[in-house]
Design a protein around this ligand. Structure first.
Ligand code: PLP
Length: 379
């Protein structure tokens, strides 16, 4: 089935009791049993909920996976993955990744004895070099947030496969419409559903998708035992969001391309980070593993002062100053003080994230209006 059709029909079955075409919001905590232990597959809503079941099926279908699991947030999904590990186990991860993932790894899981090694994953040889006998998992993000670095998923999978190391890819920035890591050799795909999958800035949710039934059982056990499950209304909203993923991503990519090229020609802009530029170091890999380049763009001004960046950040009208991304409306963000403030400054600078970097989540408004808004703000 082609993806445009998948987005509409994934997880959709008419409701068995009424024929409702949309899976209802099963707002219930428990299910009445016919006799002790005799039930319809639903016992208690932390373990199972029909609205969540429909969504989890949809998540699997759109990521070309067998099993989906939904969580109460993206970081809850990440948390569940790391709970597969034991003290002493090692994780290799990107040195440029979402600030909340870095915070969870360094501030929570390091205390439990999990060891994290941060490397530049854009070169798979660096991953290979960091592998030890205790390496159990490699955590990738591509494109990265906010520097748009690209890692070759298949090249890293070639390293992990021979050593039985789990490969996890945070696919939030690309969305399943642009990149499907399981097809490239990943074992688990993680999403902050909050972003492109929800798509309307109205829900916090996370997801994991995988193919291996044993891995699914382990992660389902963690999901129900630790309890970070999404409510049925949130699952309903995401089922709705997924239906327009294809058309939304097409519009995000078209607008992203227009804005990236416009910014690049602007006399006051020093540098634009967007993987669709032919001279972007990850262009060839992005072209190979992604269907398009997305609507996330970061840039630096020639006037490299934090004050000037803050002036621009406060001067847009259509681009709202806010954390998050992937919604239909355009957002502007200052990673150093907002999304990535949880990463120590020296770490940020070392990895190329300057104090004056501005990040855009390009929405699906008319691109002429978006360009005009940025033009006025940059001046
Ligand atoms: C937002 C985000 C997360 C965390 O997801 P939440 O839904 O906010 O918990 C993880 N990774 C990336 C790339 C993100 O952008």
């Amino acid at each position: 089935m082609k993806s445009a059709t998948k987005y509409i029909h994934a997880g959709a079955h008419p409701d068995p009791s009424t024929g409702a075409i949309m899976t209802p919001v099963y707002q219930t905590s428990t299910y009445v049993q016919e006799a002790p232990g005799v039930n319809k597959g639903y016992e208690y809503a932390r373990s199972q909920n029909p609205t969540r079941t429909a969504l989890e099926e949809a998540l699997a279908v759109i990521e070309n996976g067998k099993y989906g699991l939904a969580f109460s947030s993206g970081v809850a999904a990440t948390d569940a993955v790391i709970k597969l590990l034991s003290p002493g186990d090692e994780v290799i991860c990107a040195n440029d990744m979402y600030g909340g993932t870095y915070r969870l790894f360094t501030k929570v899981f390091e205390r439990f004895g999990i060891v994290f090694r941060y490397v530049d994953t854009t070169n798979a040889a660096n991953v290979q070099a960091a592998v030890t006998a205790r390496t159990k998992l490699v955590w990738l993000e591509t494109p990265t947030n906010p520097l748009m670095n690209i890692t070759d998923i298949a090249a890293v999978a070639a390293v992990t496969k021979t050593k039985k190391i789990l490969l996890v890819v945070d696919n939030t920035f690309a969305s399943p419409a642009l990149q499907n890591p399981l097809d490239l050799g990943a074992d688990i795909v993680m999403h902050s559903v909050t972003k492109y999958l929800g798509g309307h800035s109205d829900v916090i949710q996370g997801a994991l998708v995988m193919n291996d039934p044993e891995l699914r059982e382990k992660l389902y056990f963690i999901q129900k035992s630790c309890g970070a499950v999404p409510g049925p209304m949130d699952c309903f909203l995401v089922l709705r969001g997924i239906k327009t993923l294809g058309v939304r991503m097409k519009a995000h990519c078209e607008n992203g391309k227009i804005i990236a090229n416009w910014l690049r020609k602007h006399p006051k802009v020093a540098r634009v980070y967007w993987p669709g530029f032919e001279d972007h170091p990850g262009y060839a890999v992005a072209k190979k593993q992604m269907k398009d380049f997305g609507g996330m763009i970061s840039f630096e001004l020639k006037n490299d002062s934090v004050e000037e960046a803050k002036r621009v950040l406060s001067s847009t009208h259509l681009f709202s100053l806010a954390e998050s991304l992937g919604g239909v409306e355009s957002l502007i963000n200052h990673p150093a003080s907002m999304t990535h403030a949880s990463i120590p400054r020296e770490e940020r600078i070392k990895n190329g994230l300057s104090d004056s970097l501005i990040r855009l989540s390009v929405g699906i408004e008319d691109p002429d209006d978006l360009v005009e808004d940025l033009a006025k703000a940059i001046g």
